[in-house]
Design a protein around this ligand. Structure first.
Ligand code: UDP
Length: 318
């Protein structure tokens, strides 16, 4: 197949590209490199089955016939989407419409990367796909949450009214190699701080929870969904839930660091709990994650260490 990945230079998009190339497909990557990085694709420089287009999906595009579209272009870390608020809203609306129109034109299958943020600060725990969520539509996170909720509505509308063959994955917190060191997310911040011997910044008391999925598990789940005929949203994440304080201790242990834990203010509308109910993914896709947090952190350590060393070298030469 010739497969298009928008956001193909990003953390998840680039891993997805590797997996699809590994299966023998041709991969077309579209990315404007706003938050994605060309270095995530460097190893594909001489890969004849790989094409890269530097393009912003808010502008219509067509790089030839494709059989499948994976719509992964979006700022995704709270720090990034709050910096690029309007771009994030328009990427999730006009950008996704451009992708859906392309899917319609080529009769291509379509998979939308959606998010656990659709559940907001959830009042139901763990979160099942049938839960409608508890989202602040005008708060600082709304630029991302409402972009993704609109993208889901648009995807379902193209499925119902225009007969596009669509799927929607709700992605929960995912981590692993290629996560940007400075994107402000919890795992990257804690790893960076631990490896540099700096204080670990836990926001609030650290009693809020998240459920962390290692990237290879996430990609396997997404690909199982892509191959299925499930059109309604499906949670793909790891249901093992940790408080942020527990997460800080795990990072310290894996990194062998002695950093002190300090507390900083809790961001506005920071969800108090997040945990996927993956009953549907297990039953319909036969998928469940295999890698627990400590093993995943161990697998990510080399990446974060290399990134910290790279930054140190850069500061030395500049
Ligand atoms: N967090 C933290 N310290 C940090 C970065 C994040 O305590 O240096 C907390 C943040 O307040 C949130 C959780 O970790 O409760 C996950 O944050 P992240 O930005 O990774 O993603 P989110 O799940 O909030 O979108």
């Amino acid at each position: 197949m010739r497969i298009l990945i928008t956001g193909g230079a990003g953390f998840l998009g680039s891993h997805l590209g590797d997996a699809l190339l590994g299966e023998g497909n041709n991969v077309v990557c579209v990315d404007n490199l706003l938050t994605g990085r060309a270095t995530n694709l460097r190893h594909l420089q001489n890969e004849p089955r790989f094409e890269f287009y530097d393009h912003d999906i808010r502008e219509p595009f067509d790089f030839g016939h494709v059989d499948y579209i994976f719509a992964f272009a979006s700022a995704a870390s709270p720090q990034d989407y709050m910096e690029w608020g309007i771009e994030t809203l328009l990427t999730g609306s006009i950008g996704i419409q451009n992708c859906l129109e392309l899917a319609r034109k080529y009769n291509a299958k379509f998979l939308l990367a959606s998010t656990s943020e659709c559940y907001g600060d959830p009042l139901i725990h763990p979160q099942k796909e049938s839960y409608w969520g508890h989202v602040n539509p005008i708060g600082p996170r709304s630029v991302y949450d409402e972009a993704k909720r609109f993208a889901e509505a648009l995807t379902m509308a193209y499925h119902r009214y225009r007969k596009v063959d669509t799927r929607i994955v709700r992605i929960f917190n995912t981590y692993g190699p290629r996560l940007k060191l400075n994107d402000g997310r919890v795992i990257s911040n804690f790893m960076k701080q631990a490896l540099r011997g700096e204080d670990i910044t836990v926001y609030g008391a650290g009693s809020q929870t998240r459920s962390f999925c290692y990237v290879s598990d996430e990609i396997e789940g997404i690909l199982s969904l892509a191959r299925s005929d499930e059109h309604e949203p499906t949670n793909i994440g790891n249901p093992q839930e940790f408080t942020i304080l527990e997460c800080a201790h795990s990072v310290l242990q894996i990194a062998g660091a002695k950093s002190k834990i300090i507390h900083a203010p809790l961001p506005v509308d920071d969800p108090k709990q997040r945990c996927p109910d993956i009953t549907k993914a297990k039953a319909r896709l036969g998928w469940e994650p295999k890698i627990g947090l400590e093993d995943g952190l161990r697998l990510s350590l080399e990446w974060f260490s290399a990134e910290v060393r790279r930054e140190e070298l850069l500061t030395m030469v500049t």
